[in-house]
Design a protein around this ligand. Structure first.
Ligand SMILES: Cc1ncc(C[n+]2csc(CCOP(=O)(O)OP(=O)(O)O)c2C)c(N)n1
Ligand SMILES: [Mg+2]
Length: 375
C-alpha cells in the first residue's frame, strides 16, 4: 500500500472526528472542573477499594496466578479513560483492572475474572493479566512486557486501512520503553501516520529497578523525538491534568499524528501482590503516602468546598460496598469446566495445536522398537 492511497482517506475521516471537542467559556470551565473532579474522585476511590479487595482475595487464596494492582495510579487511569471515546480502542499491560472497570466493564465480571470464574470478562481463563472485552474495545491485558505495542500499532494500521475515525490508546510501564518493540512500534507509527497514542505510565519502577538505573534518558517522553513523534509529560497524580493532556494527545492521533504521553505517577505497593518491596526505604514509602492521589484529591474537594466530609465518607462506603459485592459475585460464580480450556485460545483453528489437558502425558508414549503390543 503506498502513501498516496492511504493519506487522503485518513485525513478526511479523522478531521471530522477531531472536531467533536466542545468549546466552553471560562466560567463554564470552572463549574465543569468541579463536577469532573467529583466524578473522578468517585471512580478513583472505587479503583482503590476494588484493588484492596482484590489483594485480600489473593491472600485468602481465592485469586491465583499473577496479580498487579493500580494502587497509586488511580488518577492516571481515570484521567486517561475520561479522554477516550467509547469507540476508541485500548491496549494495556498486565496492570489493567482499573482500566477495565473505568472503561465501563461490569466490576463484578472483572472481579470474577480475577477469581478465575465463568462469569469473568475472559470467561475465567485469562485471569488478572488477560482481560479482553470487544464490546468495550479493551483489546487486552498483556503479560509479556511490551507485547501489546506491536498489536496496538497493528490495530491502528487496521483503522487507517479501513478509513475509520477511531484511535488506539496503548498504555505501558516505564520499564517497557527499553524493549525493542517500543522503538519498532513508534518508528512504524510515525512513518505511516497511524492514529495511536502511546502512554507511558511512569510509576518510576520496573519491578524493583528505578527509571534512573534502567534508562539512559530518564525523561521518557523525550524518546518521541527520535521518531519525530510529538510528546508531553504530565503529572499523573492530578486526574484533570491527565485528562486534558490525554485529550490533546488523542486529538493529535485522530488527525494521523501519533503521540507519546508520559504520565508520571507512583506505585503504592509492590510490583505484584506477593512482592513485599523490601528494596524501598521507609522514608520513600512515607513520601509516597504524602502524595497519594486519592487522599490529595479528597483534600482538594474539601478545600474547594466541592464536597464535605460526610459526602466523601459516603462515596468511600459506596466504593467498599460495590467491591464487596463484586467479590461475593465472583465467589458465587462457577469455575470453568476443564473441557473448555482450549476454546478461546485462538480465533481460528491452528494446525498441530496441542490440546493436552492437565494431568495428561506430554507425549503419547512411543512404541518400543521390537516390542509388539502385549509383549
Ligand atoms: C518480555 C518480558 N520480560 C520480562 C518480564 C518480567 N516482567 C514482568 S513486569 C516487569 C517490569 C515492567 O515494568 P514496567 O514496564 O515499568 O511496568 P509496571 O509493572 O511498572 O506497570 C518485568 C521485567 C515479562 N513479563 N516479559
Ligand atoms: Mg513501572
Amino acid at each position: 500500500m503506498s502513501d498516496q492511497t492511504r493519506t487522503p482517506r485518513k485525513a478526511s475521516a479523522r478531521s471530522e472526528a477531531g472536531t467533536r471537542a466542545k468549546s466552553v467559556s471560562a466560567s463554564e470551565t470552572a463549574t465543569d472542573d468541579g463536577d469532573r473532579l467529583i466524578d473522578f474522585y468517585r471512580q478513583m476511590i472505587f479503583i482503590r477499594r476494588f484493588e484492596e479487595r482484590a489483594a485480600r482475595g489473593y491472600t485468602q487464596a481465592l485469586i491465583g496466578g499473577y496479580c498487579h494492582l493500580n494502587l497509586g495510579e488511580e488518577a492516571a487511569v481515570v484521567g486517561l479513560m475520561a479522554a477516550l471515546s467509547p469507540t476508541d480502542y485500548l491496549f494495556t499491560n498486565y496492570r489493567e483492572h482499573g482500566y477495565a472497570i473505568t472503561r465501563g466493564i461490569d466490576a463484578n465480571r472483572v472481579m470474577a475474572e480475577l477469581y478465575g470464574r465463568v462469569d469473568g470478562v475472559s470467561k475465567g481463563w485469562g485471569g488478572s493479566m488477560h482481560m479482553f472485552d470487544i464490546t468495550h474495545r479493551l483489546l487486552g491485558g498483556y503479560g509479556i512486557v511490551g507485547g501489546q505495542l506491536p498489536l496496538a500499532t497493528g490495530a491502528a494500521l487496521a483503522i487507517d486501512y479501513r478509513g475509520g475515525g477511531e484511535i488506539v490508546m496503548c498504555t505501558m510501564g516505564d520499564g517497557t520503553t527499553n524493549v525493542g518493540a517500543f522503538h519498532e512500534s513508534l518508528n512504524i507509527a510515525a512513518l505511516w501516520n497511524l492514529p495511536i497514542v502511546y502512554v507511558i505510565i511512569n510509576n518510576q519502577l520496573g519491578m524493583g529497578t528505578t527509571v534512573e538505573k534502567s534508562s539512559a534518558e530518564p525523561e521518557l517522553y523525550k524518546r518521541g523525538s527520535a521518531y519525530r513523534i510529538a510528546s508531553e509529560r504530565v503529572n499523573g497524580l492530578d486526574p484533570l491534568a491527565v485528562a486534558d493532556a490525554a485529550t490533546r494527545a488523542i486529538g493529535s492521533a485522530r488527525v494521523g499524528k501519533p503521540f507519546l504521553l508520559e504520565v508520571v505517577t507512583e506505585r503504592l505497593r509492590g510490583h505484584s501482590v506477593v512482592d513485599p518491596a523490601k528494596y524501598r526505604s521507609a522514608e520513600e514509602v512515607a513520601g509516597l503516602k504524602a502524595h497519594d492521589p486519592v487522599h490529595t484529591l479528597a483534600e482538594r474537594l474539601l478545600r474547594e468546598g466541592l464536597l464535605d466530609a460526610d459526602a466523601l465518607a459516603k462515596l468511600d462506603e459506596e466504593a467498599t460496598a460495590r467491591s464487596d459485592a463484586a467479590a461475593a459475585f465472583a465467589e458465587a460464580s462457577a469455575l470453568p469446566d476443564v473441557s473448555t480450556l482450549f476454546d478461546y485460545t485462538y480465533a481460528t483453528p491452528v494446525p498441530n495445536d496441542s490440546r493436552r489437558l492437565p494431568g495428561q502425558p506430554l507425549f503419547e508414549p512411543a512404541p518400543m522398537p521390537g516390542l509388539e503390543a502385549g509383549e
